[in-house]
Design a protein around this ligand. Sequence first.
Ligand code: ZN
Length: 75
Amino acid sequence: MPLYEYYCSDCRSKFELLVSHKHADDVVCTKCHSENVRRMLSLFAARAGNSEGDFDDYAPSMGSCACGDGGCGCH
Ligand SMILES: [Zn+2]
């Protein structure tokens, strides 16, 4: 069974549940038992979206300054 992550908009808590696809949209909050929950991206999908590629795109801008001694004021 897949592991789903849910968010309860009533008590604003996140929880994970192992549910079958058939019941993936038929869950209640584990804390307040509200039916007002929505399914979020799985943890695996969230990690995949935050890939190292995104970090590599950002890293060059961190080291773009070549002054070396802080003379440009960017340090
Ligand atoms: Zn709740």
